[in-house]
Design a protein around this ligand. Structure first.
Ligand code: PLP
Length: 353
C-alpha cells in the first residue's frame, strides 16, 4: 500500500496542454531560436564545459554579471531552474504552517499550486471585470488576512495588463509581509520595479530568461532581493541545483543581451499590430497587453481553439473551471508571418461562424 503525502491527491496539476504545433503560440515562448551570433557563441562556450565537476564558477559568474547589471551586490541574486523554481522557493520560504498567501486571480495559475505545495493557505484576490487590480483593496486584504506572502505578476499573465511602478511601491510600502513581484514579461513592458529592492527589504523580484531571451528550454530564472532575504530563500535550494549547460548558456546570452533588443522591439510592434487588427473584428473582446501575448474573448472561444488546432495552430484556451477566464483565449506573439497566419485563420473562421 502506497501512502502518499497528505494533501497530494487534491493538489491541482498545471493545466497547460503541451504538444507541438506548426505554429505554437500557446505558451508565451519566443517562437525563434537564439540570434545566430549568440547561438554560435553558446555552442562554442558549451564545448569547454567540464561536466565532471559540480557547477560553482558558472553559477557565480552569472550571479555577478546580473548583480553588476542591476547595480546590486551578488548576495542579492539567486539563480533558479526558470523563475518557476525561484517562485516555488519563495513560497517555501514564507509558507508552511498554513501561512496565508494572497495573489490575484486570474493570474499565473501556478501560484495556487505553489501555495498548496508549501502547505500554505491560498487567498485568491479577484481582479475586477476588466482584470484591473484595486490596489487599496489588495493592500487591505493582505493586511486583514494577516498574510505572510503577497504576490503580484507585473505585467500580469494571462491578462496582459500592468501596474505602474508607483502602484508597486505603494503595495511594498503598505504591507509588512514578503512581497513577490513576478516580472516574467517585464522586458515587453519596460518598467521594472527592481530599484525598489534597495528601499523595501520585503520585496523580491523574480525574472526569467524564458521569454524575452528565448531560453525557455534551458530553464533559467533569477531573483533580486535584499541580501538577508536572499540568504534565507537560498536555504531552500538543493546544493548545485543548476546545471552547467544552462548556466553557461544563460551567461553568454546575458553578455549578449543587446542582440535581443531588436526582437523585443519587434514583439512589441507586432503586439500592437495584432491588437489593432483583432480589435476590428466585431464580437471579439481584445484586452490591452504589455507582454508578448494578447488575451481575447469570444463566445465561441472553445470552437475557435478547436478549429485552430485542426489546422495545427496552438493557442491557449483556459479550462472552463477558470470561470473568470470564461471564453478567453491567449495568443503569444510570434514572427510577423506567424502572426499574419494566426490572424487570418481567426478572422476567416469568425466570419463564417
Ligand atoms: C507569470 C509567469 N511567471 C513565471 C513563469 C515561469 O517561467 P519560467 O519558469 O520559464 O521562468 C511563467 C511562465 O509562463 C509565467 O507566465
Amino acid at each position: 500500500m502506497l501512502n502518499y503525502r497528505k494533501g497530494l491527491d487534491e493538489m491541482p496539476s498545471y493545466d497547460g496542454v503541451e504538444r507541438d504545433y506548426r505554429i505554437k503560440v500557446n505558451a508565451n515562448e519566443c517562437t525563434m531560436n537564439l540570434p545566430p551570433l549568440v547561438e554560435e557563441r553558446v555552442i562554442y562556450g558549451l564545448y569547454f564545459v567540464g561536466l565532471n565537476r559540480y557547477p560553482n564558477e558558472e553559477y557565480y559568474s552569472l550571479v555577478e554579471q546580473i548583480a553588476r547589471n542591476f547595480s546590486v551586490k551578488p548576495e542579492q541574486i539567486l539563480i533558479g531552474g526558470g523563475s518557476s523554481e525561484i517562485i516555488e522557493k519563495v513560497f517555501h520560504t514564507f509558507g508552511g504552517d498554513g501561512n496565508k498567501v494572497v495573489y490575484p486571480v486570474p493570474s499565473f495559475s501556478m501560484y495556487k499550486i505553489y501555495a498548496k505545495a508549501a502547505d500554505s493557505q491560498a487567498v485568491p484576490f479577484a481582479l475586477d471585470k476588466n482584470f484591473d487590480i484595486d490596489v487599496d483593496k489588495f493592500i487591505a486584504t493582505v493586511k486583514s488576512e494577516n498574510a505572510n506572502l503577497a504576490v503580484i505578476c507585473n505585467p500580469n499573465n494571462p491578462t496582459g495588463n500592468a501596474l505602474t511602478v508607483d502602484d508597486v511601491e505603494k503595495i511594498a510600502k503598505s504591507i509588512d509581509c514578503a512581497f513577490l513581484l513576478d516580472e516574467a514579461y517585464v522586458e515587453f513592458y519596460g518598467h521594472s520595479a527592481f530599484k525598489l529592492v534597495a528601499k523595501y527589504p520585503n520585496l523580491i523580484v523574480a525574472r526569467t530568461f524564458s521569454k524575452a531571451y528565448g531560453l525557455a528550454g534551458a530553464r533559467v530564472g533569477y531573483s533580486i532581493a535584499n541580501a538577508e532575504v536572499t540568504k534565507m530563500i537560498g536555504k531552500t535550494f538543493m546544493p548545485y541545483h543548476m546545471n552547467k549547460l544552462s548556466l553557461v548558456t544563460a551567461d553568454i546570452v546575458y553578455q549578449m543581451r543587446d542582440e535581443f533588443l531588436p526582437r523585443i522591439q519587434m514583439t512589441i510592434a507586432e503586439r500592437k499590430r495584432m491588437a489593432e487588427r483583432l480589435k476590428k473584428i466585431p464580437a471579439l473582446e481584445v484586452f490591452t497587453s504589455h507582454t508578448n501575448f494578447i488575451l481575447i474573448r469570444h463566445e465561441k472561444a472553445e470552437a475557435l481553439k478547436n478549429y485552430l488546432e485542426s489546422i495545427d495552430i496552438g493557442i491557449r484556451y483556459f479550462s472552463p473551471s477558470a470561470q473568470e477566464l470564461k471564453n478567453c483565449l491567449r495568443i503569444s506573439i510570434g514572427t510577423r508571418e506567424e502572426n499574419d497566419e494566426v490572424f487570418k485563420a481567426i478572422s476567416d473562421w469568425l466570419t463564417t461562424h
